[in-house]
Design a protein around this ligand. Structure first.
Ligand SMILES: NC(=O)c1ccc[n+]([C@@H]2O[C@H](COP(=O)([O-])OP(=O)(O)OC[C@H]3O[C@@H](n4cnc5c(N)ncnc54)[C@H](OP(=O)(O)O)[C@@H]3O)[C@@H](O)[C@H]2O)c1
Length: 252
């Protein structure tokens, strides 16, 4: 069984940095042509493109604010126009937006958390489904979070609730799209990206390390490798699975 993704086309949302960037590079290394979606991180997206082109891979830059339905649709349309097909969709874009306890969460922030983390993925996915069905190897991978299980800490409640909705969307789509399209998810623990530069203090990152049986926080590339596995034929009997990538955090 191989991870070869030659002749497949993948769309990765939020591929200008962090886990999305690593996933785009890893999928391209496995042979896929990739659509590099980004919103505000154009320089990072161009860096992703350069890295892929440097090893002879094929990639396309796709700018969009995915909280706008027409832009979310256009990302899919534009990739299919350039690459003629779509086989793999990685719904990676997402963000806590702002940390706030639920009892103090203003309505606009609650709505924004859902727009950024789940409605965006819903729009992209809905547009992608006909192409994924046609593919013969259609695969969707959603990027969730460990806080779906633990509850959002430190004000991550709106984010965790929205990712919880994305988890239910994952399993619902796994039912609705079988057998043509597989739908799985990764549930990362603490991965050292700018997400934590924004939302966690260095002391908090140390705490997380101490709470992790494997003794460290994760790297974006370690989530990306699991994404490639789920996208590949090596996972062809897997759908509706939620894979923990958290260094053993749930062992305690
Ligand atoms: N790091 C962790 O510990 C961890 C743990 C669990 C889950 N995750 C999830 O992993 C994913 C990637 O996070 P990361 O850690 O790699 O951090 P990140 O660099 O902050 O990634 C967030 C991504 O979401 C995109 N995004 C945000 N708002 C958007 C919008 N309105 N429209 C389109 N794209 C938008 C960003 O694109 P631009 O930068 O181009 O604006 C960026 O690529 C997120 O869904 C996050 O929730 C991360």
């Amino acid at each position: 069984m191989s991870n070869g993704l030659h002749n497949r086309v993948a769309l990765i949302t939020g591929a200008g940095a962090g886990i999305g960037q690593a996933a785009a590079i890893a999928l391209a290394s496995a042979g896929a042509a990739v659509g590099i979606h980004y919103h505000s991180t154009e320089a990072g997206a161009r860096q992703t493109l350069r890295e892929i082109e440097a090893f002879g891979g094929r990639a396309y830059l796709l700018p969009a604010d995915l909280t706008v339905e027409a832009e979310a649709n256009a990302v899919v349309d534009s990739l299919v126009q350039h690459a003629s097909r779509l086989d793999i969709l990685v719904n990676n874009a997402g963000s806590p937006v702002r940390m706030v306890r639920l009892e103090e969460c203003p309505t606009d922030l609650w709505r924004r958390a859902f727009d950024v983390n789940v409605t965006s993925a819903f729009w992209v996915t809905r547009r992608a489904i006909p192409h994924l069905r046609e593919s013969g190897h259609g695969s969707i991978i959603n990027n969730l979070t460990m806080s779906i299980q633990t509850g959002g800490s430190g004000g991550a409640g709106p984010y965790a609730a929205a990712k919880g909705a994305l988890q239910v969307m994952t399993r619902t789509l796994a039912r609705e799209l079988a057998p043509q399209v597989r739908v799985n998810a990764v549930m990362p623990g603490v991965i050292e990206t700018r997400h934590h530069e924004t939302y966690s203090t260095p002391a908090k990152m140390d705490d997380y390390r101490k709470q992790t049986p494997l003794g460290r926080n994760g790297r974006a590339e370690e989530v990306a490798e699991v994404v490639v596995f789920l996208a590949s034929d090596a996972a062809k009997f897997m759908t509706g699975a939620l894979l923990d990538v958290n260094g053993g955090r749930f062992l305690r």
